[in-house]
Ligand binder design. Structure first.
Ligand code: CO8
Length: 258
């Protein structure tokens, strides 16, 4: 897959998508979002070849410094709606991708960049990463899901503090409030993200996919419905040869071959 604003790499069942507009600190303009959309569509179709995904930013300074402000500045309400809708589509594609997605946050994750990170399933960050939703400084609100996913992830009070103040927090604070899973020195971030991606890629791919579906869809349900939904997905596992291989391998004291 060849793109102008993103770089797609694939090896050993892991796809790495790098947002690559370093001069604009990897800000998301329309073209970058369209490229992400077509890249993610291909990744979603290739569950046989791709078992986990990493999204990161190019360079050592920025993951994604937001939606592109130069692109947005002249927009009218209809243009704003179209752009926000495109961003929402891309974030939903990340969230609902069959494969787990790890955000390797290697610097600024602001505005649309923070929204992209929180659309991913898991967040690892470098020690120089900074997070925030600075939209109120620009006279707008988050438009790629920040007012919705951030409170669901870290709770309403903490999300409100970030959303209303527009302030930036460092990666240690982001880890403390559960916005990121782990923080690593910048030079170890990709290695650690790849290790996790490889571990996920080595597990039963169908089971991992159903786990993601169960968590994502179950979180929209009450507990009883969520547990009933999990029961159905659990039952589905027994229709797949993966379950036979995984359990037989355990009983035969060998590693499973998925
Ligand atoms: N958009 C466009 N260009 C950007 C952006 C951005 N979000 N962020 C940085 N850049 C550009 C700068 O303009 C600059 O370009 P140039 O060299 O041509 O002047 C270059 O990147 C380097 O940036 P700085 O010189 O500012 O670098 P600093 O190290 O001094 O500062 C910061 C880094 C703190 C990250 C600073 O660049 C900054 O504050 N950036 C803006 C952050 C921001 O406000 N992000 C939120 C944007 S709004 C948003 O994401 C809303 C999402 C929903 C949209 C809904 C659609 C309608």
């Amino acid at each position: 897959m060849a793109f102008e604003n993103i770089v797609f790499e694939q090896s050993d069942g892991i796809a790495k998508i790098t947002i690559n507009r370093p001069k604009a600190l990897n800000a998301l303009n329309k073209q970058t979002l369209l490229e992400l959309q077509s890249c993610l569509a291909e990744v979603a179709l290739n569950t046989a070849g791709i078992r986990s995904v990493i999204i990161t930013g190019s360079g050592e300074k920025s993951f994604v410094a937001g939606a592109d402000i130069s692109y947005m500045q002249p927009l009218d309400p209809a243009g704003g709606k179209t752009f926000a809708s495109l961003g929402h589509k891309v974030m939903a594609m990340v969230e609902n991708l069959p494969q787990p997605v790890i955000a390797a946050v290697n610097g600024f994750a602001l505005g649309g960049g923070c929204e992209l990170a929180i659309s991913c399933d898991i967040r690892y960050a470098s020690d120089n990463a900074k997070f925030g939703q600075p939209e109120v400084n620009l006279g707008v609100i988050p438009g790629f899901g920040g007012t919705q996913r951030l409170p669901r992830l870290i709770g309403k009070g903490l999300a409100n503090e970030l959303l209303f103040s527009g302030k930036m927090i460092d990666s240690a604070e982001a880890e403390r409030i559960g916005l990121v899973n782990r923080v690593y020195p910048q030079e170890q971030l990709m290695e650690e993200s790849m290790k996790l991606a490889a571990m996920i890629a080595s597990r039963g791919p169908g089971a991992v996919r159903l786990c993601k579906e169960s968590v994502n869809n179950g979180m929209e349900m009450d507990l009883n419905r969520g547990c009933a939904y999990e029961t159905d997905l659990f039952a589905l596992c027994f229709a797949d040869e993966e379950q036979q291989e995984g359990m037989s391998a355990f009983l035969e004291k060998r590693s499973p071959k998925f």
